[in-house]
Design a protein around this ligand. Structure first.
Ligand code: TXA
Ligand code: MG
Length: 349
């Protein structure tokens, strides 16, 4: 397949290209486009053939349900049943934005979208290019992250091109995805909302609006027995090819331990890298130091994580060491993705 790659600076200058993207979607094709979280690979959610092409392009298991992306809040009522006042309050507060809500589905949503579940995930993105493409297409758009299955989600068009060139009809380059981690997934079908996947809209932010919010207990669990409620959270995700080791402990202990490991692995002929904060970088003795951001800037760390994990593969790193990051704010989502990438192993000193 020949993939058109187009660059759009903003919706006003790029309207012709946006209309071309919308036409492809309407006609059953695949378009990868930027959102404020990560890049998505979109298809018309009402067209089974089109949606099956997503699974094929990604190499993704088809029991993993997809998020429906809409351009107008009122469209929720077409696809969701029993939209509670609490859910409406959340929509009014956080949409458009990086919050995906899980509702009971209506008949319009076929089982090929939901992996056979009776519920559907819906999100109204704030990225203007995404929203305008969806709006112009006139259909709800099923859009998982635009990576090949198992790879980190793409936060730049370059990543999408690496993974999906030749597998989709069009890739829209709209620059860097602002947040860099996927949306918060919140189940609003029960008495209390439950966070199924942490994101930049935190439990505390949600609680500030609707009171008590629960966390799916499988989220931060290290054991393999607790099955997450969001089917997608059970897959080994984001993992670089090399082994990622997350280290928790006081400054001195953690830095010394990592430095010793670096020497040891290096002597054995392995290629080693360290993911460092700006504050820590000078303290490491390693040839490959990737700076992820300032220790206290959780947003910066979140936005660079997937890019750095991809760089590790590009540079064929065998062992990657990083200290654990703060779990404040978006830090919880960052640590959730980092721990998945590390196969849920952490060294505590
Ligand atoms: O930020 C995002 O949400 C990005 C951008 C492109 O919008 N999309 C994204 O989609 O991350 P995907 O398919 O990679 O992740 C969807 C997550 C998976 O963990 C999936 O299992 C969960 O949402 N999910 C979807 N439908 C669900 C449902 N009915 N019940 C529980 N979890 C669901
Ligand atoms: Mg994904």
């Amino acid at each position: 397949m020949n993939t058109q790659i187009i660059k759009i600076e903003n919706v006003h200058l790029g309207m012709t290209q946006i209309e071309a993207a919308a036409k492809i979607l309407k006609e059953g094709g695949l378009v990868a486009f930027p959102t404020e979280t990560v890049y998505g690979i979109g298809a018309n959610a009402l067209n089974e053939e089109a949606v099956l092409k997503i699974y094929e392009a990604k190499g993704r298991p088809s029991d993993n349900p997809l998020i429906i992306h809409i351009a107008h809040k009122k469209d929720v009522f077409l696809y969701a049943r029993e939209v509670s006042p609490l859910a409406e309050l959340l929509m009014d507060t956080f949409w458009p934005g990086p919050l995906t809500l899980i509702f009971y589905k209506t008949e319009l949503i076929a089982p090929f979208i939901t992996g056979g579940l009776g519920t559907v995930a819906i999100r109204l993105p704030s990225n203007e290019i995404a929203r305008t493409i969806i709006q112009k297409s006139g259909c709800p758009i099923a859009a998982p992250s635009a990576n090949r299955s198992g790879k980190p989600s793409p936060t730049r068009a370059k990543h999408v091109i690496e993974d999906l060139n030749g597998r989709v009809d069009m890739i829209v380059d709209g620059g860097k995805a602002q947040i860099g981690l996927e949306s918060t997934v919140l189940d609003v079908t029960g008495e209390f909302p439950i966070v199924l996947r942490p994101g930049s809209i935190t439990k505390e932010m949600l609680e500030g609006v609707v009171g008590q919010v629960l966390l799916d207990e499988a989220l931060m669990k290290v054991d393999e027995k607790t099955v997450p409620r969001a089917p997608g959270m059970k897959y080994k995700h984001y993992a670089p090819k090399g082994q990622l080791i997350v280290v928790e402990g006081q400054d001195c202990k953690a830095l010394n331990w990592i430095n010793r490991q670096v020497i040891e692995k290096d002597c054995m002929g392995h290629k080693v890298a360290v993911i460092a904060t700006k504050e820590d970088q000078e303290a490491y003795h390693c040839q490959n130091i990737m700076v992820i951001g300032s220790r206290d800037n959780q947003d910066e760390i979140a936005s660079n994580l997937f890019k750095i994990l991809r760089q590790m593969d590009e540079e064929k790193i065998d062992f990657i060491y990083t200290r654990a990051f703060s779990e404040e704010d978006i830090g919880m989502a960052t640590m959730n993705r980092l721990m998945k990438a590390a196969g849920n192993q952490k060294v505590s000193l």
